[in-house]
Ligand binder design. Structure first.
Ligand SMILES: NC(=O)c1ccc[n+]([C@@H]2O[C@H](COP(=O)([O-])OP(=O)(O)OC[C@H]3O[C@@H](n4cnc5c(N)ncnc54)[C@H](O)[C@@H]3O)[C@@H](O)[C@H]2O)c1
Length: 352
């Protein structure tokens, strides 16, 4: 069997997970990499093998490249994905799909006219604990899901650099880490159509640069004086099937600890995916908290990326379904943007 030729565009932090998973995949040949920083392109090509492309155009013109992972900053995701699809490549694009709804719509239109696979990097959908829970949900064990709670709170977690610069990121914790838990809940709910969004954002603490008692992740170009993104975002989303979703996410908050929670509640049962996979039901007038006996009860980075990339490669080779298509990335951008709009306007937004 011929192997799928893959290149990675933007080889900073998260690209390491893509490169590791591709390198370990028996049906993939890692053809090369490109980054806007030439020195980084060379160093990563040396480490993982393959060509160090001098430009995006050179990479996309190479017929050996059949598929690409896009791991650049958020502001270039949609444009690079569009260029890649037009060049005939399959695309795995990191979350969020774009910085704006218009960019996502433009890309979705290009994808609709092509036969290429475009997968959005909603990695947590692919993880073992989510796959286990989805099996129970699809079998009807929770009944109709009518409420979900998504929490991703960092008390000291503004990484600075491009993450804190809205012109490159499109926003703060909402678009960076809130998107993971919002998407997970929405996916587990069966992707209902959002109809109203009420959001609040706050930016009172900045990046808490003065805190020295705890260490934190900082990007290479961290500058303690720079951050124009929100510290905190909360939202209530209503869906056309009557279900609702409550979201809270932060980079900076006077909380006693970080918190990751993903929970969905149905009329026959409930489930917590994070912090630990638990299924809740009722039998003989008794509430049962069921602890599935599985290797991974919480998200595991390596397993999640191996699984996400395994699905992408299978879809490119025509061997598997698409679990995170471009339309889902676009709908997620509509929800994220409506939260920011609602927060700025101080009122609920009605979606078309
Ligand atoms: N799925 C996840 O769990 C996860 C985790 C972290 C980051 N991410 C996403 O991955 C992306 C990258 O994040 P990161 O933490 O690796 O950032 P990073 O800054 O470490 O790496 C980004 C790299 O992209 C390069 N780059 C930026 N714009 C470019 C362009 N137009 N062309 C070529 N190269 C370009 C930069 O030089 C840098 O090397 C972001 O969109 C982020 O949201 C996803």
């Amino acid at each position: 069997m011929t192997r799928l030729g893959v290149a990675v565009i933007g080889v900073g932090s998260i690209a390491g997970q893509h490169l590791r998973a591709y390198a370990a995949h028996p049906d993939v040949e890692l053809v090369g990499v490109f980054d806007a920083v030439a020195e980084r392109t060379r160093a990563v090509a040396e480490q993982w093998g393959g060509r160090a492309y001098a430009s995006l155009e050179e990479l996309l013109a190479d017929p050996a490249v059949e598929a690409v992972s896009i791991c650049t900053w958020n502001d270039s995701h949609a444009a690079i994905a569009d260029q890649a699809v037009r060049a005939g490549k399959h695309v795995l694009v990191e979350k969020p799909l774009s910085k704006t709804v218009a960019d996502a719509e433009g890309l979705a239109a290009t994808v609709a006219e092509s036969d290429r696979v475009v997968q959005v990097g909603f990695v947590r959908r692919f993880s073992a604990n989510a796959r286990t829970l989805k099996t129970f949900i699809d079998a009807g064990d929770l009944g109709g899901i009518y409420y979900a709670r998504a929490t991703n709170i960092r008390r000291l977690g503004n990484p600075g650099g491009w993450f804190a610069d809205s012109s490159r990121s499109g926003g703060g914790p909402l678009i960076d880490i809130g998107v993971h838990v919002l998407d997970l809940c929405w996916y587990l709910m069966g992707c209902p159509r959002p109809v109203t969004v009420s959001g609040v954002t706050d930016s009172r603490l900045g990046n808490r640069a003065g805190v020295t008692s705890l260490s934190r992740y900082k990007v290479a170009d961290y500058d303690p004086t720079l951050s124009d993104v929100e510290d905190l975002a909360t939202a209530l989303i209503r869906f056309d099937n009557g279900a609702s979703l409550l979201l809270e996410t932060s980079y900076s908050l006077h909380a006693s600890a970080d918190r990751l929670e993903v929970a969905v509640f149905g009329d026959q049962g409930g489930a917590e995916l994070e912090p630990r996979l638990t299924i809740v039901t009722e039998k003989h007038d008794t509430i049962l908290n069921i602890a599935p006996q599985v290797d991974l009860t919480t998200f595991d980075f390596e397993e999640g990326f191996d699984s996400e990339i395994g699905h992408f490669v299978a879809a490119c080779l025509g061997e598997g379904p698409q679990i995170a298509p471009v339309e889902h990335g676009l709908e997620m951008m509509r929800m994220l943007t409506a939260i920011y709009e609602s927060a700025a306007a101080g009122r609920e937004i009605v979606l078309d």
